[in-house]
Write a protein that binds this ligand. Sequence first.
Ligand SMILES: [Zn+2]
Length: 427
Amino acid sequence: MRSPDVRSRLTAKFFRRLGFAFGAWAAITLARADDISPLGRKPHWDRLERYQETITRADFARLLDTVYATRGYADYIQVGDDSARILEDRASGKTFELRFAGTGPRKVPRQYWRDIDQLGPSKKPLSGLNVALDPGHIGGRWATMEERWFRVGDKAPVEEGELTWQVAAILARKLRALGADVSLVRTHGRPATPKRPDDFRELAKTILARSGVPDPPETYDGPEDENKQKTVQWQSELLFYRQSEIRYRARRVNEVLQPDVVLCLHFNAEDWGDPKSPTLTDHNHFHVLVNGSYLPDELAHDDVRYEMIRRLLSRTYEEELPLADSMAGTFARETKLPPYEYTTDNVVKVGTSGYVYARNLLATRLYRCPVIYFEPYVMNSNEAFARIEAGDYDGTREINGVQRQSIFREYAQAVADGLAEYCRQTR
Ligand SMILES: [Zn+2]
């Protein structure tokens, strides 16, 4: 990801400038079309009936206030003494009533994932643990479209989707050696979604028309074209690799793999400008994301609001946070990377390591199990770039005057050590 996610920030800015989801005009004319997020599905609120009386008022309010909706939710959720009223759909104004638990909460219904502390002791720390690895992005021929590609001079291009694949391949071997069952959420260089950008041209036109671009240009002229966001091409590409791709990965995670935890593997970056003449920086850092920090205009979508409540009620956070905090601590100790400090207001810092933030990403929201989302190394930092160019190798090599293992092995080892350490302590 380009941090602090330059693309979504630009998109938000673009829509804001056009009055999308903001202001009286937008609220009146867009209410219907905008009720469901792009490619989202109409939620089935009755499926939350099974969570009745499983959570106390205090826990519900605390999770909203400190993790999930830290920037306000008063337009959508009213927390009463004995129950909460949650807006089901904006069109009808219908609400869902969630009754709080009294003195003895009912047991939280079964999920497909299991708490690590329920797995019991074993010789190998990860025995019986079902881990899914999600190497971020697609890479290969899609890397430039994803804007996860840059090239310095005549050196090999840097593609995030390829780097994350290399880490996942090494990490899978390490985790299996520690006893885990490991699966991968995607295959190499191929999208998980069967859709392609052309499948989304009509939807892209609708989205653009709604945001005040009724007659959009078809194509844009390279990554530096400042009007690219207003083109059918750019919008349909975004629907393909951002929305559809993650939604298909989520189906595989939730319906086929059903892991106990998903580890999302990314490399971070700072804005590099022209990908064929990128800016390199001295900043290098690391952070981890878990799900949370839904913004009020995200909660305006019926499906997003439902997904947040479902996640809160499934109590994923109680497993996710200690695991993320512990793994982040190990990762930081082994790589010596400093914590990234966000300058945007779309996150909230959680836990005690100083490295973990809650943020509402599609993957952390839709994968219905604990998700630990790694964002180490700034790919276009002088240090990380030199290590990426050095490729994968045995032992250590001198890079900028320091003996280093390959960046891929260091990444994989630090993740494996963190998971093993947590499991040894918890089981
Ligand atoms: Zn990424």
